[in-house]
Design a binder for this molecule. Structure first.
Ligand code: NAD
Length: 495
């Protein structure tokens, strides 16, 4: 086993980051940061509450008003954002190790996926910001109407624990690049990399007060941010349950702009004329077990055309042992730990519900690696799932695949769309008309054809229905963090 040894060199600092400084919560209270890898306490973390949020928002507001960041030329902000991205890569080993220890994902992916994607995202928005032009409207020649984008002001960002650095970057990168000040609240289950990112942002030259990180629990730390009268925009990624509350809090307070990236129960549809069955099987299995199934866009409902289901499942089951959970610090591990005991128990409870509602357990179903002291669940596959069963309707957010079957395109589109969610979907067929027809009929923000992996910072990401409001990534994300202003100028032409 090749295990990363550098843990001893890590410095764990759980203090909040406000106005360019690491500080304790004003109350002095902390909470324990427990590693799901082996259950050990890594450090204590500042338990911020309303007074700390007020301090962070004041710092952000002051920085915005004196224009120390939004007043810089876009090309200057670009330079600093690129330096920030470079520093993330310079500290890649450290950040990857923190991410793995804090939330349990395999070190291999923490380094190759999470750190790289976060740095790429910050670089991309930095590079974009001095290449965007505003508009002049086609008005009559007696007037000029300038349509300009201005930063919205103070942006509150609340993110989950499954891809802590990436989820934060998708929001802070466009928000900072367009000149806003930011107060970021990471999940209480994975706060460490966000705090290190703030240290590195300061080192890169983002002025104090522009990027703040407050740590703590949702109701104590997140709610005061979402309810704050001096926060202009709240950008949230997390569960649909809390996302609905975020929109209510925005409405109850100052009608701040509210953007939400929420849950999913994505259908993965495999027709009998799928061009490459082995590839479809590998993708179905690999995508649901990637990140321990803790992905909002995990293809957790697999629809296989009845005539090939038996063959498909035989191939899928052969791959399952390869996903047995391992030590996340082992470079060979591809499935790690579930983020904490609560989440692990929730996944195990869904497995019990699946069994009790009559689904057929084909693989897994149990806790794993008990001796490690950490939190692990076996890769699990249920067959005979019906769309009305709890495990087909609710987001499990763990390594659990529900297999359903269908007879034709109309049947599967109807089943696939019977969900409160609409984040992502896939269709596998060699028939281009069927692929495009089904893709168009699916109510989802992203539809994949004959793959499930394509991803790029240049394309928008977000959901239909209760999967949220707004889009992360791509140039579309700038819409969330800017206001459109029109300036009318009268032209009294002498000629
Ligand atoms: P969660 O909703 O429990 O928590 C998300 C964040 O909200 C955390 O920082 C939490 O502390 C905070 N929070 C909780 N209660 C709050 C409250 N009352 N007021 C303000 N903030 C509060 O979600 P989670 O368990 O951390 O993450 C898993 C969920 O995130 C899943 O539903 C998943 O689908 C979703 N997710 C969506 C996307 C996407 O882009 N659509 C991406 C990743 C994760």
């Amino acid at each position: 086993m090749t295990t990363e040894k550098s843990t001893i060199a890590l410095k764990f600092d759980g203090r909040a980051f406000i106005n360019g400084e690491r500080i304790n919560a004003l109350s002095g209270e902390t909470f324990d940061c427990i590693s799901p890898v082996d259950g050990r306490t890594l450090t204590t973390v500042a338990r911020c509450a309303e007074a700390d949020i007020n301090a962070a928002v004041l710092a952000a507001r002051t920085a915005f008003e004196d224009r120390r960041w939004c007043g810089l030329a876009p090309a200057k902000r670009k330079q600093i954002m690129i330096r920030f991205a470079d520093l993330l890569l310079k500290h890649a080993e450290e950040l990857a190790m923190l991410e793995t220890l804090d939330m349990g994902k395999p070190i291999k992916y923490a380094r190759a996926v999470d750190v790289n994607s976060a740095a790429n995202c910050i670089r991309w928005y930095g590079e974009a910001v001095d290449k965007i032009y505003d508009e002049i409207a086609p008005t009559p020649s007696t007037a000029l109407a300038l349509i300009m984008r201005e930063p919205v002001g103070v942006v509150g960002v609340i993110v989950p624990w499954n891809y802590p650095m990436i989820m934060a970057s998708w929001k802070i990168a466009p928000a900072l690049a367009s000149g806003n000040s930011v107060v970021l609240k990471p999940s209480e289950k994975s706060p460490l990399t966000a705090l290190r990112m703030a240290d590195l942002a300061l080192e890169a030259g983002i002025p104090p007060g522009v990027f703040n990180v407050v740590t703590g629990y949702g109701p104590e730390t997140g709610s005061p941010l979402a309810l704050h009268m001096d926060v202009d925009c709240i950008a949230f990624t997390g569960s649909t349950r809390v996302g609905k509350q975020i929109h209510v809090m925005a409405g109850q307070s100052n009608l701040k702009r509210a953007w939400t990236e929420l849950g999913g129960k994505s259908p993965n549809i495999v027709f009998a004329d799928c061009p490459d069955l082995d590839k479809a099987v590998e993708s179905a299995v690999g995508s649901i077990f990637f990140n321990q199934g803790e992905s909002c866009n995990a293809p957790s409902r697999l629809f296989v055309e009845a005539s090939i289901k038996e063959k498909f499942l035989e191939k899928a089951l052969a791959l399952v042992p390869g996903y047995a959970p391992g030590n996340p610090l082992d470079k060979a591990t591809i499935m790690g730990a579930i983020v904490d005991q609560t989440q692990m128990n929730s996944v195990l409870r869904y497995i019990e519900i699946g069994k009790s509602e009559g689904a057929q357990l084909l693989a897994g179903g149990e806790q794993a690696r008990l001796a490690s002291g950490g939190f692990y669940v076996q890769p699990t596959i249920f067959d005979g799932v019906r769309n009305d069963m709890t495990i087909a309707r609710e987001e499990i957010f763990g390594p659990v695949l529900s297999v359903l079957s269908f007879t034709d395109a109309a049947d599967v589109v109807s089943q696939a769309n019977q969900s409160v969610y609409g984040l992502q979907a896939a269709v596998w067929t060699r028939d281009i008309n069927k692929a495009l027809g089904v893709a168009r009929a699916l109510r989802a923000g992203t539809v994949h054809v004959n793959q499930y992996d394509e991803d790029d910072i240049t394309v928008p990401f977000g959901g239909f229905k209760q999967s949220g409001v707004g889009r992360d990534k791509s140039l579309h994300a700038f819409d969330k963090y800017t206001e459109t202003k029109t300036t009318w100028i009268r032209i009294d032409s002498p000629v």
